[in-house]
Design a protein. Structure first.
Length: 254
C-alpha cells in the first residue's frame, strides 16, 4: 500500500457519492392548460417578489400553479427552437430564474446554501429545459454565458441574498437590451454591490465581479473601468479592489 492510496480511495468514494446523489427535479404537470405560460411567470414575479427582490416562498409553496405551469413550459421548450438570439437569451434568463425559484421549493426552502448545499443545488440536482436535464451551473455556463454578454450576471438570480435584485417583471426579448442596461445601473447603485472607502483607498465590489472577472474584462481593461460604464462619475484610480463576502442565505421575505 502506498501513501497515496487512501486519499485516492477517499476521493473516488466522494465522486461515487456525488454521482449517486445526482437527481432531476421532477417536472410538474401544467395545472393551467390553455393559460399563457409567460403570463403565468409574470404573475409569479408580480405576486410573490417584493420591491427588494425577496421572494415570499411560504405563500408561493401553497399557490404554485403559475410557477408549475411555467416550469412545465420550460421543460417542453428547447431554447434552440427560438430563432431570434435576443428572444432566446431572454427566455434562458427567465428560465434560469424560474428554475432556481422552483429548486428552492423542491429543496424544502432551506435557510441558506452552505458549501455542500451549493454543490447539490447547482451541480448535482438537474432541471429540465427543452427535454434536456441540465444542472443550473451548466445552464448558466454553457447556454447563457455563451452569448458573450456580461450583463447577464446582473439579471441571473439564484435566490440568494447577494444575487442581483430579482425584478418584478420578466425579461422580454423586445426590450432586453434596455432591461440589461437598467439592471447593471441598478446593481452598482446599491452599496452592497459597490462601496468606495476613501479613508482606506479601497473599492468594495460584489463578489460576482470576482466570480466572473474574465467576462467583465472582455469589455474593459479593469474592473474599476468596467464599473465606470454604469456610473455618472469615474471611480478613483489606484484604489485597491476588495470583494464583499457572498451571502448564500435564501433571499426570502421575512
Amino acid at each position: 500500500m502506498t501513501r497515496g492510496e487512501p486519499p485516492r480511495r477517499t476521493f473516488i468514494a466522494f465522486l461515487l457519492a456525488c454521482v449517486a446523489a445526482c437527481s432531476t427535479v421532477p417536472v410538474p404537470s401544467s395545472a393551467s392548460r390553455g393559460a399563457d405560460p409567460e403570463d403565468a411567470w409574470a404573475r409569479v414575479l408580480a405576486s410573490y417578489v417584493d420591491t427588494f427582490g425577496r421572494v415570499n416562498f411560504v405563500a408561493l409553496a401553497t399557490h404554485r400553479s403559475d410557477l408549475d405551469s411555467y416550469v412545465a413550459y420550460i421543460a417542453a421548450t428547447p431554447p434552440d427552437g427560438i430563432v431570434d438570439p435576443t428572444r432566446r437569451l431572454a427566455y434562458l434568463i427567465n428560465a434560469y430564474n424560474a428554475l432556481s425559484m422552483y429548486n428552492v421549493l423542491d429543496s424544502g426552502i432551506p435557510e441558506r446554501l452552505d458549501f455542500f448545499g451549493r454543490i447539490e443545488f447547482f451541480r448535482l440536482k438537474h432541471v429540465v429545459i427543452g427535454g434536456e436535464a441540465i444542472s443550473l451551473y451548466d445552464l448558466e455556463t454553457e447556454k447563457i454565458r455563451s452569448f458573450g454578454d456580461e450583463r447577464v450576471h446582473f439579471a441571473l438570480n439564484c435566490m440568494s441574498v447577494s444575487c442581483p435584485r430579482l425584478p418584478q417583471v420578466p425579461f422580454d426579448g423586445k426590450i432586453l437590451d434596455r432591461q440589461l442596461d437598467a439592471a447593471a445601473r441598478a446593481f452598482f447603485a446599491e452599496p452592497r454591490n459597490l462601496t468606495i472607502d476613501r479613508s482606506r483607498r479601497e473599492i468594495w465590489l460584489s463578489e460576482i465581479l470576482s466570480f466572473y472577472q474574465a467576462d467583465f474584462l472582455r469589455r474593459a481593461p479593469s474592473l474599476a473601468r468596467y464599473v465606470d460604464l454604469w456610473r455618472s462619475d469615474q471611480l478613483p484610480d489606484n484604489y485597491e479592489i476588495r470583494f464583499f463576502p457572498y451571502d448564500w442565505t435564501i433571499n426570502r421575505q421575512p
